[in-house]
Ligand binder design. Structure first.
Ligand code: 5GP
Length: 114
C-alpha cells in the first residue's frame, strides 16, 4: 500500500483538524466538506480499501462505525441524524486509497444516494 495523505495525517506530518481519537481510530474534518459536518474516520493501521478487509478486520470495521456514533452523540446531532459512507475503489468514488468512513451531518441528506 502506498503512502497516502491520510498516512501522513496519522503520523502528524500533515496538518488536519482532528476531532476524535482513540486507540484504533483517528477522525478529522474533510478538507472539502460536503455538509456542515463532514468528518473522516480512519483506522490507525492502514488498509487501502474496504476490499482489503477480511474476517480479522470485523472488530476494526465496527470500531470505525462506533467511533462515528460516539462523535455524533458527543456533538449532539445523533438524534437529528447523519450519514456514514465508505467509497470503495474508483468506481465507488474513492480518491484516497486509505480506508475511511465519511460522516456527513448538519443538513438534510437526500433520500436517494445519487
Ligand atoms: P474518497 O473520495 O476517497 O471517499 O474521500 C477522500 C476525501 O478526502 C475527500 O472527501 C477529500 O475532500 C478528502 N481529502 C483529500 N485530501 C485531504 C487532505 O489533505 N486533508 C483532509 N482533511 N481531507 C482530504
Amino acid at each position: 500500500m502506498s503512502d497516502t495523505i491520510f498516512d501522513k495525517i496519522i503520523r502528524r506530518e500533515l496538518p488536519a483538524d482532528i476531532v476524535y481519537e482513540d486507540d484504533d481510530v483517528l477522525a478529522f474534518r474533510d478538507i472539502h466538506p460536503q455538509a456542515p459536518v463532514h468528518v473522516l474516520f480512519v483506522p490507525k493501521t492502514p488498509r487501502a480499501t474496504l476490499n482489503d478487509c477480511g474476517p480479522a478486520d470485523a472488530a476494526l470495521l465496527g470500531k470505525l462505525l462506533l467511533a462515528a456514533v460516539a462523535y455524533a452523540k458527543r456533538e449532539g446531532f445523533a438524534e437529528q441524524g447523519y450519514r456514514c459512507v465508505i467509497n470503495c475503489n474508483r468506481g465507488g468514488g474513492q480518491t484516497v486509497f486509505y480506508l475511511h468512513v465519511h460522516l456527513l451531518a448538519g443538513r438534510q441528506m437526500p433520500e436517494r444516494m445519487s
